[in-house]
Design a protein around this ligand. Sequence first.
Ligand SMILES: N[C@@H]1[C@@H](O)[C@H](O)[C@@H](COP(=O)(O)O)O[C@@H]1O
Length: 259
Amino acid sequence: MEVVIDAPGRLAVLAADAVASLVRRRPDAVLGLATGSSPLALYDELVARHRAGLSFAQVRGFLLDEYVGLPPGHPESYRAVIDRQLTSRVDLAPDAVQGPDGGAADLPAACAAYEAALRAAGGVDLQVLGVGTDGHLAFNEPGSSLASRTRVKTLTAQTRRDNARFFGDDPEAVPRHVLTQGLGTILEARHLVLVATGRAKAEAVHQLVEGPVSALWPASVLQLHPHVSVLVDEAAASRLQLAGYYREAWAGKPGWQGL
Ligand SMILES: N[C@@H]1[C@@H](O)[C@H](O)[C@@H](COP(=O)(O)O)O[C@@H]1O
């Protein structure tokens, strides 16, 4: 696991460099896309790269998660959010980005279909991730099986409070259920790039990087993956015990290596 501590704008550039170098190497790359505020600067940076000539025409994208039961076209469904944040702003093909179908009548079947679609695409090359204040990854709340696959989950009161800002500041308006890639599903992506900023994420970042691997802090499962880049600003890094070492290791890394 590599931890990079830098200003948010610089983190976005680093993450965009990793995406751009992948897409140049492999124009039909499979990107795992996260919603939420953490990847916004990265997506803005990708839009800038697109305007400067980077093409996503053959890229495919998979979302991490989706709310259950929002009416089709609801502006806060993750399908709609990613369209606004990224898909509609670059040359991704229509329908190149898919997510689990939170409106399906048969939710377990929709989850199985999503796992099959990920497999058929050959898996995710680079997965963008954020982390919840309670350490959730995608919508894998504390207590999630570390081997879990795409399935229905129930949100915690904390996550519903955190996400209420997208639903008129009313936690009760946040759907109670979601479909989410499992932790086992996420671990199959070849490179995981997690972005976290702000003091509210400091404890989750400490636990995910330095805590015991535990279902209590689901993001700690990333310690089992061979290629994880954790990109954090000073505030999100403020609880890291080995921050000095991470800074030294990053400062000494040859620039050509990238993330
Ligand atoms: N399901 C999403 C996660 O994929 C996201 O990483 C996390 C953090 O969100 P934010 O980046 O807005 O802090 O919470 C949401 O609930």
